[in-house]
Design a binder for this molecule. Structure first.
Ligand SMILES: *Cc1c(COP(=O)(O)O)cnc(C)c1O
Length: 308
């Protein structure tokens, strides 16, 4: 039994009317850890347990850390998450609720990650948030489920941070004979490492993450994701924080589910009329509603007021 759920897949009436085509939503916001990350991380944790590892370590104060904490609790493996002082209290509380040992260390993620690395030994598995083939194979189940449901779609819209979801979705398309289906890869300004790397023809790192969509905040995408984006039909789109935040607010209204701006970024391709041109030529796009548990509605409204 995998740790993730086969999430609801619905044809959104509201979004279909707005976009004047069938919009399919895969509701991974409803995974028990709050995001799609449980697919890959759950699969990786199960594999590490089979290999005899007796502890899981993460340095993510976001959805990756939450997925590790959830997986560890269900698999009965202790989890340690090292997070920087900058991690919001809300995220820290969620980790503690899952029963993880939370160590707060350092001003920024680099220091937290250094301490996390120093905790590793042969019996401990480190769970990287996106750069691990076990994760991609787990994320690919999102496409298996849509195909098994008999749903036909002609493009996939998804958000990109470090490119784990992108890598997994492409693996899923390939293993279901859908290699020809284009992927529309959304980032926010200030977390747009894939867009910049593609423009430069080289996987160069961002010097700073300035977007509120912190779940998309990788300095650069995994090399595997960069190669995929260069070699198949991946259309890179960058939206503003305000567009992503507006989409979160409207999605909450339409579908009664709160998602992070990391996910609102993908939804902005439908909610913002100017962005809908990226869907031109597609009759039935599939949007991965990747979710995210770390933003509250108050925080989203605060960011929105600041960005407007
Ligand atoms: C991690 C995450 C992403 C980005 O996924 P990557 O695999 O890093 O590209 C997008 N949305 C949410 C909610 C996430 O937690």
């Amino acid at each position: 039994m995998p740790l993730h759920l086969d999430t609801p897949l619905i044809q959104s009436r509201q979004l279909s009317l707005l976009a004047d085509r069938r919009i399919w939503l895969k509701f991974d916001a409803l995974q028990p850890s709050g995001s799609f990350k449980l697919r890959g991380i759950g699969a990786a944790c199960e594999e590490y347990k089979r290999q005899g590892r007796t502890r899981f370590v993460s340095s993510s104060g976001g959805n990756a850390g939450l997925a590790v904490a959830y997986a560890g609790r269900v698999l009965d493996i202790p989890v340690t998450v090292v997070i920087p002082e900058s991690t919001p209290v809300h995220a820290r509380k969620l980790l503690e609720q899952e029963g993880a040992t939370v160590i707060v260390h350092g001003a920024a993620w680099v220091q937290a990650n250094e301490l996390a690395q120093s905790l590793l030994d042969e019996t401990t598995a480190f769970l990287h948030p996106f750069d691990n083939p076990l994760l991609w194979t787990g994320h690919a189940t999102v496409i298996d489920e849509v195909v098994r449901a008999g749903t036909e779609f002609d493009a996939v819209v998804l958000s990109v941070g470090g490119g784990g979801l992108l890598s997994g979705v492409v693996e899923g398309l390939e293993r279901n004979g859908l290699s020809h289906v284009p992927v529309i890869a959304i980032e926010t300004e200030g977390a747009d490492c894939l867009a910049r790397a593609l423009a430069a023809g080289e996987n160069i790192p961002l010097s700073a993450i300035t977007s509120v969509a912190t779940s998309l905040g990788a300095n650069k995408v995994a090399e595997h994701a960069f190669k995929i984006a260069q070699s198949r039909d991946v259309r890179s789109v960058v939206v503003s924080d305000l567009e992503a935040l507006d989409a979160c607010e409207q999605f909450l209204h339409d579908h009664r589910v709160l998602v992070e701006p990391a996910c609102g970024a993908s939804l902005a391709t439908i909610y913002n009329p100017q962005r809908r041109t990226v869907l031109d030529g597609f009759q039935s796009p599939l949007v991965i509603v990747c979710g995210g548990a770390t933003a509250t509605i108050d925080k989203i409204r605060e960011w929105r007021a600041a960005a407007a």
